[in-house]
Design a binder for this molecule. Structure first.
Ligand code: ADP
Ligand code: MG
Length: 578
């Protein structure tokens, strides 16, 4: 036999489940009722713009009223209202939303957003109320006002109402253990959290309690630097100013708006916990975007608003969701674009934010192939190299803008970093920056495919000095991420050798050094050879290299007469076994 039919639901059994398990958090009922009220107001605008309503509109507003004695909370709007038929259709039928029908009918006639979708939000009121009443009057001429009430059983009463003003009031008779919602402060806090940026004034006791303006919905051209900063301060009060921001705005192949900020990275900031706020149609959804934001961008702050991020699926499912993956890609691409734009437009500003932004860039390069490709030319390194004519002023607080080697550039002797005393911050040797490409190009005659780097400006200061004396440019790679980043660079640039300043030099340079050395008449060995033998014996380590630059000159800076260097591979083995 074969039979076809429709699955039926037994309301008595399903109703308690809807009430208890629709949302894990009871407080979201307010978000749901306010978004319905906003929708009702937007719908009225749509109907009016379509020429189907010419009555008075009034100032759109949502009013919240608390009655402590009766233990009620009510939410009123002056929106579109409902006819008896609409109440029967959209309220009495669970999971039946008018949103789709509405959008379909008025599509293209308006830019209003409708929040509703699933037709379930209204029933969240039963999470906190033992009885719910609706009092409503439709905009449609001649439609009588209606009153609906339901005490949480699947039975309802629908009757005439004496209401005379267009719109809807939802009244909740709060359960005994949900009395927190008669407190003004609690309601204010909820409105701030969930509904702050909804485009309609929300009033509690006549006072407007929401911000209304959602800057991320504006076009970037309409916003000034101060607007962005102000919005940041509003979202994250008492925090340092952000370094840089990215305005996201796309409607294909998904809809996404947002503003993301690069904060100054502080050691106390937990970079594994996202701080970006997720919105859906200006309604706050969550403080955690870990599944949507690429991991390396998690320390960013700000807002993301998208109707294309599925809200009702599990977190682990989100990570594999195709749209979510695309959104993540889009965000990192936009962030990369923004950085490139700054690099191109103002190298000076780029250098200013590099210390913090560089961490994102390096972390992103390590983790995301596409992002790596995008930013590989804008990774910069602080260097000992200084272009000729760089002014003293440029060296102070603000990092100097100097990267490109120009004709006539010369090596300049810079004061060595002070290493004396304890707890004293070494003055930065120099604050010029370079890209790796520029470094290799500039030094290709002196040391082709060889990069000298310093990981600790204090303990390696003498080595840095020695390199400078020998005309060797040193890059500072001393942030916490650089250890990983150096290994990454070694993989990326397989023909380039990366040597830490306290490891060996290549043989040709050593030979060059030796050329001018004094020979000991009794042994017929150079001084460095003698020292090398001595140290190798004493330390029981073969293959030491001795750097002898200082042996040739009397050194006013007090550089030691020679340096003992482990070959790079030995240094690494030693570090690994340490
Ligand atoms: P959704 O908002 O997803 O459509 P809800 O359960 O929140 O689902 O609401 C169901 C329907 O009830 C809405 O689609 C709308 O037609 C109607 N409705 C709810 N609240 C209001 C209101 N304040 N004014 C007018 N209509 C409303
Ligand atoms: Mg709704």
């Amino acid at each position: 036999m074969r039979e076809q039919g429709t699955i039926s639901i037994h309301t008595e059994n399903i109703f308690p489940i809807i009430k208890k398990s629709l949302y894990s958090d009871h407080e979201v009922f307010l978000r749901e009722l306010i978004s319905n009220a906003v929708d009702a107001i937007q719908k009225l605008k749509m109907v009016s713009r379509a020429g189907e309503y010419s009555g008075e509109m009034g100032e759109p507003e949502i009013q919240i009223a608390i009655d402590k004695d009766r233990k009620t909370l009510s939410i009123s709007d002056n929106g579109i209202g409902m006819t008896a038929e609409e109440v029967k259709k959209y309220i009495n039928q669970v999971a039946f939303s008018s949103a789709e029908e509405f959008i379909h009918k008025y599509e293209g006639k308006s830019d209003q957003q409708i929040i509703g979708h699933f037709g379930l939000g209204f029933y969240s009121s039963f999470m906190v109320a033992q009885k719910v009443e609706i009092d409503t009057l439709s905009y449609q001429a001649g439609a009588p006002a209606v009153h609906w009430s339901c005490d949480g059983s699947p039975e309802f009463i629908l009757e005439d109402s004496s209401r005379s003003d267009r719109g809807t009031t939802i009244t909740l008779h709060l359960m005994e253990d949900e009395q927190e919602y008669v407190e003004d402060a609690r309601i204010k806090q909820l409105v701030k959290t969930y509904c702050d940026f909804l485009p309609v004034p929300i009033k509690l006791n006549g006072e407007v309690i929401n911000q209304q303006k959602a800057p991320w919905r504006e076009s970037a051209n309409n916003l000034t630097k101060e607007d962005y900063l102000e919005f940041y301060r509003y979202l994250y009060p008492f925090q340092e100013e952000p370094l840089l921001w990215v305005h996201l705005n796309t409607d294909y192949p998904f809809i996404l708006n947002g503003i993301l900020y690069f904060p100054k990275l502080r050691p106390d900031v937990d970079v594994t916990q996202g701080q970006i706020k997720l919105f859906c149609n200006q309604v706050f959804v969550s403080d955690h975007c870990e599944e949507i934001i690429p991991r390396f961008l998690l320390p960013m702050r700000g807002v993301i608003d998208s109707t294309d991020i599925p809200l009702n699926v599990s977190r682990s499912a989100l990570q594999t969701d195709r749209t979510v993956r695309k959104i993540a890609d889009y965000i990192s691409r936009k962030v990369g674009d923004r950085l490139k734009e700054l690099y191109r437009d103002s190298r000076e500003d780029y250098i200013k934010v590099w210390q913090d932004v560089g961490t994102f860039v390096k972390f992103g390069s390590l983790n995301d192939e596409k992002f790596k490709k995008q930013v590989e030319d804008i990774v910069i390194y602080r260097t000992t190299y200084e272009a000729k004519g760089e002014t003293q002023a440029a060296k102070s607080e603000t990092p100097a803008v100097q990267v490109q080697a120009e004709e006539g550039d010369a090596w300049q002797d810079v004061q060595p970093a002070s290493t004396s005393g304890t707890g004293e911050q070494p003055a930065p040797t120099t604050s010029s920056y370079t890209t790796l490409k520029e470094y290799l190009e500039r030094n290709k005659e002196r040391h082709e495919n060889r990069v000298y780097y310093c990981t600790d400006e204090v303990t390696q200061a003498t080595y840095v000095e020695l390199h400078k004396k020998q005309g060797l440019e040193v890059l500072f790679m001393d942030s916490f991420i650089d250890t990983h980043f150096i290994s990454f660079l070694e993989r990326e640039y397989s023909d380039v050798k990366f040597s830490r300043v306290d490891s060996d030099l290549d043989q040709t340079l050593l030979d060059k050094d030796k050329a001018g050395e004094i020979v000991d008449p009794t042994t017929n060995k150079t001084r460095s050879e003698l020292i090398k033998e001595l140290f190798e014996k004493a330390l029981n380590k073969p293959k030491l290299n001795i750097r002898t630059e200082a042996l040739k000159s009397d050194d006013p800076q007090g550089t030691p007469p020679a340096m003992v260097l482990l070959p790079e591979y030995m240094r690494r083995i030693q570090e690994m076994s340490a």
